[in-house]
Design a protein around this ligand. Structure first.
Ligand code: NIG
Ligand code: FE
Length: 406
């Protein structure tokens, strides 16, 4: 990872996202000093320490924020599923397409048919798109292999992409993403075979995840699978309540998962359980908007109950075909009924909490110097204008990785 030094001055509005709890500060006339990759100072320009050194960048009065942290993506695959657009228009549901061998299973087949280099290149392209839209840290899941060997292959490709940079990647093993035809009717056997991989994941995968959903993996077998991962010392995340309330939030809470993701149909009891466990709710408005726009996660209830939230892209070829969390901010605000302040918190320090990293998602001193300059002087605008990428420049560890003006 790059460890450069830079001083960014003439920032019109700076969002340090450094306060604890719900604190949200807007610093007018700001400056950021990054030294050796880490933030040394982020605050009013007239408070910049006299010893600050390094190349100086003039932000031209623009908005500066921490790099976005996209806490939930499935960007590691080959092919696309554009054929599903017309199927959906004729009334096919997400689970019907999966049960008919399409959906996730179609991407599994396309990924198996592609060479390592093809999968790597397609994923690299998506990571570049994400970067250009302001994502500097992202979680990347396996899950389009569905055999222990194929999931290993994907984990190896993910590790190679992580080593290349420039983004910071958090790796999640999602071998339990769907039940392949080879194990139809026997999810317990499938999960037992996948769980045999867990010991070898220690030190390689940051998290183990499962698609806990009625009709895919039920709560009881999913909980056993997660408990097995934890016995090996692995941390867990869980896909829950995406298409209906399957009791997944309670499982995530009992397992003390780092995050419970989707939560579109989570009940009040589920919300209370997550609160008690301190589990982060990762809300994915792009997916809900794509699959069932009439039903969104109850974001306000999560906030009112004091559950920490993140907002992520869920970038994947089926339910949220995007790489760009940065272009979803207006939809997060509109569909989840959140203020710009709440959206910014959920895509920066909220995302960082969901992936268990305190060193990103904030410009507090000591955090990594990952900064986005936006083509506006008002932090509300990226939560308001849709369909345009407003990113002007991106820095990771103080190094320019998206040049000004693109
Ligand atoms: O989070 N629900 C499971 N996984 C993804 C979709 C993956 C796909 O359709 O390819 C999700 O929505
Ligand atoms: Fe997902």
């Amino acid at each position: 990872m790059t460890q450069a030094s830079v001083i960014i001055t003439n920032i019109g509005q700076l969002l340090p996202m450094a306060g604890s709890g719900g604190a949200f500060d807007v610093v007018a006339h700001g400056a950021v000093w990054i030294e050796g990759g880490r933030v040394r100072y982020a605050g009013p320009a007239d408070g910049l320490p006299p010893e600050a050194g390094g190349p100086v960048v003039d932000a031209g009065g623009r908005l500066a924020t921490p790099g976005l942290v996209d806490a939930h993506t499935h960007l590691l695959y080959a092919g696309h599923r554009a054929q599903e657009v017309a199927l959906r228009a004729r009334g096919a549901s997400y689970l019907e397409m999966l049960e008919a061998g399409g959906g996730i299973l179609a991407t599994v087949a396309a990924t198996a048919a592609a060479s390592d280099e093809e999968v790597r290149r397609a994923t690299r392209r998506r990571l570049e798109e994400a970067l250009a839209a302001g994502t500097t840290t992202l979680e990347l899941k396996t899950g389009y292999g569905l055999t222990p060997e194929a999931e290993w292959r994907l984990l190896g490709l993910a590790e190679a992409l992580k080593a290349e940079g420039p983004q910071r990647l958090v790796l999640t093993f999602l071998g339990a993403h769907a039940l392949p035809a080879s194990h139809a009717g026997d999810p317990a056997r499938f999960l037992a075979e996948m769980a045999a991989v867990h010991p070898a994941l220690v030190g390689r995968a940051d998290f183990v995840d499962i698609f806990l959903e009625p009709g895919v993996f039920e709560a009881d077998v999913a909980e056993q699978y997660l408990a097995h991962a934890q016995q090996q010392g692995l941390a867990v995340k869980v896909h829950v309540d995406e298409l209906q309330d399957g009791g997944g939030a309670a499982v995530a809470a009992r397992r003390r998962a780092q995050s419970a993701d989707h939560c579109a149909y989570t009940s009040e009891a589920g919300i209370a359980a997550l609160k008690a466990a301190g589990t982060v709710a990762v809300l994915l408005p792009g997916t809900a908007g794509y699959l069932h726009p009439e039903h969104m996660a109850p974001a306000r209830q999560f906030l009112d109950q004091g559950v920490p939230i993140a907002i992520a892209s869920d970038g994947n070829p089926g339910s949220s075909p995007t790489s760009c969390l940065g272009t979803l901010l207006p939809w997060a605000a509109a569909w989840l009924h959140l203020t710009p302040e709440e959206v910014w918190a959920a895509v920066t320090r909220g995302g960082a909490a969901a992936v268990g990293r305190g060193d990103v998602g904030t410009l507090a001193p000591g955090a990594w110097g990952d900064v986005v300059l936006w083509d506006t002087d008002d932090y509300r605008v990226p939560c308001h204008r849709y369909g345009t990428n407003l990113v002007h420049a991106v820095y990771i560890g103080g190094q320019g990785v998206v040049p000004p003006g693109r």
